[in-house]
Design a protein around this ligand. Sequence first.
Ligand SMILES: *[C@@H]1O[C@H](CO)[C@@H](O)[C@H](O)[C@H]1NC(C)=O
Ligand SMILES: *[C@@H]1O[C@H](CO)[C@@H](O)[C@H](O)[C@H]1NC(C)=O
Length: 251
Amino acid sequence: MMHLLPLLCLFTSIAVVRAGTKLWSGSFNAYAAVTDFDKWSWSTPVGEYQWYIHGAQPTSHYLSLGSSFKNPAIKSESKGLKLTIDSTATWNSNMERTELIPQTTANLGTANLFYHFSLMQNGVNKPNSAGEHQIFFFESHFTELKYGVGPNTTNLQWMVTGQPKWSTPWTAGTWFNFAYDINFTAKTVGLWTSTGSSPLKKVVNNVAASTSTNSEDWHVGVLSLLNAPAPEDYYISGVYIENGPITTTIS
Ligand SMILES: *[C@@H]1O[C@H](CO)[C@@H](O)[C@H](O)[C@H]1NC(C)=O
Ligand SMILES: *[C@@H]1O[C@H](CO)[C@@H](O)[C@H](O)[C@H]1NC(C)=O
């Protein structure tokens, strides 16, 4: 019996690696082809995402799947998403919108949750800084990324209810990893970020915000108020929501 003890201790120390429990996965591995997004409807809520906020062209005009569209540092995913807006992408307005919404029965608005995603633009069909873009936003805008707005129109900015809290030059070809750190109990939100394969670091401590979600209003995608004809391409991977403690590794 005695000699088993050191082994037991070893396993115990392995088990304490910090990671939360995944409440919802937005991995694009779940999609064999881009037409799979069309299998979702309000009456047939299948797949990881609701897909209704988009223009009138076929889904393949707005979404593409590919192994080169993901952050290569993410080993658990074999593909990422290329998401496009253009003048055909108007939805219920003259705003250009291509947005996916989590499809889940999980409560995405309780306790302390981490909303993870990685985002890239590669300089081709790049985002136009002449107008406001809302990226990975909630309906109430208590946390979101924005581009094309003050105080710095060419920076990718993190905002809490319209107030800029953090920003970075949106370097082409760099994968930016993010996690919104939302405490729905305390009604606060903070930001973790990194680039490439680097682990997430907290860059903004939690601040007060009207945190709330009906668990189907996190917009994974882009809304542009600029009704411009030129297409814009965004690359997305590593989308998931977990409870704490936060997983900081990207791989
Ligand atoms: C925006 O940020 C970039 C990069 O940090 C900087 O070079 C530029 O001067 C800033 N522009 C304004 C208007 O502050
Ligand atoms: C979230 O806020 C509640 C209420 O203030 C607090 O008790 C809890 O420790 C917070 N959770 C985390 C992980 O900070």
